[in-house]
Design a protein around this ligand. Structure first.
Ligand SMILES: Cc1ncc(COP(=O)(O)O)c(C=O)c1O
Length: 474
């Protein structure tokens, strides 16, 4: 390849190849199988030696693109109902590309006034989109796990302050176990955040009234009365298997009455507030002390993007204090004081571009279409013999399973586990396997902006074909 500095002249050629390959990849996203058969085998076979002499820019980019076209999981496509994933909107994708081209470090005003200001503007647009009060401070994160982490860091600091401790300086030792109260709907990422913050996952009390994990609000009230002191309450705006919600309004009432910190994990469910028909599900989030959510889910910006809001913006700003002579404030907003990283990607650009392009009305249409798709699929499950809806689907996730009257539950569990792999192998649609109230189940999440009614029909066809293959005599 010669002297790397000569590759300077390859920038335009590299971007031209990348744009053409990206165009080719996205062109058949609507029609191609989610994962090509044999893709995993090919990927397992990648064991390239570390190059001693590089192949040069264009060879490297072309080879990478060729591999990607063959084996990438088309998770940004409209029939990827696995996990809870969006796809990049055109403006979100272009914004993300420009974030790499501009290569701003969204660390502080000093490193890039543009990155700091646009992140501030984009976060405030998000606050307005969700109709959260003006006093809320916000920041972008890598996802909802870190959104929960950032928000719960503020909760932790508040809780320790009630006991006269500056936890960032003094640490948690010497403090009692913090009471953290939630329902059985709490997401693993919130537990992960609680663990990382030193709050102790074992201190989380899941106050559930049934096997699904629905909140026992009376038990929450009784526990808050018993504690008679500061506690952290985590409300779940959207349970990942069923899309069901905790009663946030009731939890907000109880938190207010007993002086508790209310955190809402709204990774995808916060978007219910964007659509009038679904808004009631997430009512009460505006009364929370903190909220965490995701951009790469329903905002449909490319990975990665999440965000956190904290009602008392000062607490958010003071959650991750770092100072040093060379990182002195430079006259504008410094995102790094709100998050655990210093150097960070310019995520605000994709978020800003996506919001600028669709606006409130556009996102309302996106959310409404997804909710309608989920409702249509759930109604189809309910009325199709041989299928069972495991839980009402209030928003965008449908939890269901294949059934047969004459088979034992254990056998049906086994068949459903096989069905998930069979649907994925079929390639028309991707779904996730899960367990719901102790039984194997399948879940489909609807939050991709391009999913149409025709895509939902393809999912239905795939489910019925797989059922016919696994249960031919039923
Ligand atoms: C309710 C909830 N919270 C948090 C997360 C974690 O989000 P992320 O993967 O963006 O960190 C998810 C992911 O599905 C979720 O559904």
């Amino acid at each position: 390849m010669g002297d790397p500095v000569n590759e300077r002249d390859q920038v335009t050629a590299a971007l031209t190849v990348a744009a053409e390959e990206a165009r080719r990849y996205l062109e058949d996203l609507d029609t191609r199988a989610v994962l090509d058969p044999g893709a995993e085998e090919v990927v397992h076979g990648w064991a390239d030696p570390m190059p001693e002499d590089g192949d040069g820019t264009i060879v490297a980019v072309r080879e990478l693109a060729a591999r990607g076209q063959q084996v990438a999981t088309r998770s940004s496509g409209p029939r990827f109902f696995h996990f809870v994933m969006g796809g990049g909107t055109p403006a979100g994708l272009a914004g993300d590309w420009l974030a790499s081209a501009f290569d701003q470090v969204a660390f502080a005003w000093a490193s890039s006034p543009m990155a700091a200001r646009l992140e501030q503007v984009a976060t405030d647009w998000l606050r307005q989109l969700f109709e959260l009060p003006e006093e809320f401070g916000g920041v972008l994160t890598s996802g909802a796990t870190m959104g929960n982490f950032v928000a719960l860091a503020a909760a932790r600091n508040w809780w320790a302050e009630q006991r006269g401790i500056d936890v960032e300086r003094a640490g948690l030792s010497g403090l009692p176990a913090p009471p953290i109260l939630s329902s059985g709907y709490i997401h693993p990422s919130a537990l992960q955040a609680i663990g990382m913050l030193g709050l102790g996952q074992d201190n989380v009390e899941r106050l559930a009234s049934d096997a699904a994990g629905r909140l026992d609000a009376d038990a929450l009230e009784a526990r808050l009365v018993e504690l008679d002191g500061p506690a952290i309450v985590v409300a779940n705006a959207g349970e990942v298997n069923s899309g069901d919600f905790d009663p946030i309004e009731r939890m907000a009432d109880l938190a207010a009455e007993h002086g508790a910190w209310l955190h809402v994990d709204g990774a995808f469910g916060l978007f219910a507030r964007v659509a009038p028909e679904a808004r009631g599900l997430a009512a009460g989030a505006e009364r929370a002390d903190s909220v965490g959510a995701d951009g790469h889910k329903w905002l449909n910006v490319p990975y990665d993007c999440g965000f956190a809001f904290v009602r008392d913006g000062t607490m958010l700003r003071e959650s991750f204090s770092a100072s040093g002579a060379y990182i002195a404030p430079a006259g504008g907003w410094d995102p790094h004081t709100h998050v655990p990283e210093m150097s960070r990607r310019f995520r605000g650009l994709a978020a800003w571009c996506a919001l600028k392009s669709f606006g409130r009305e556009g996102y309302r249409a996106v959310v409404e279409r997804c909710v309608d798709n989920a409702a249509a699929f759930a109604a189809w499950v309910e009325t199709t013999p041989g299928l069972e809806l495991m839980n009402p689907a209030p928003l965008n996730i449908v939890c269901f399973r294949l059934t047969a009257d004459d088979l034992a539950d254990e056998e049906i569990d086994r068949i459903n586990r096989e069905a998930v792999s069979a649907i994925q192998a079929d390639g028309r649609a991707f779904v996730t396997g899960t367990t719901w109230t102790g039984r194997a189940a399948i879940r489909a999440a609807f939050d991709n902006w391009r999913t149409s009614a025709a895509d939902v029909e393809l999912l239905q066809d795939a489910v019925m074909d797989v059922r016919a293959g696994l249960l031919p005599a039923h």
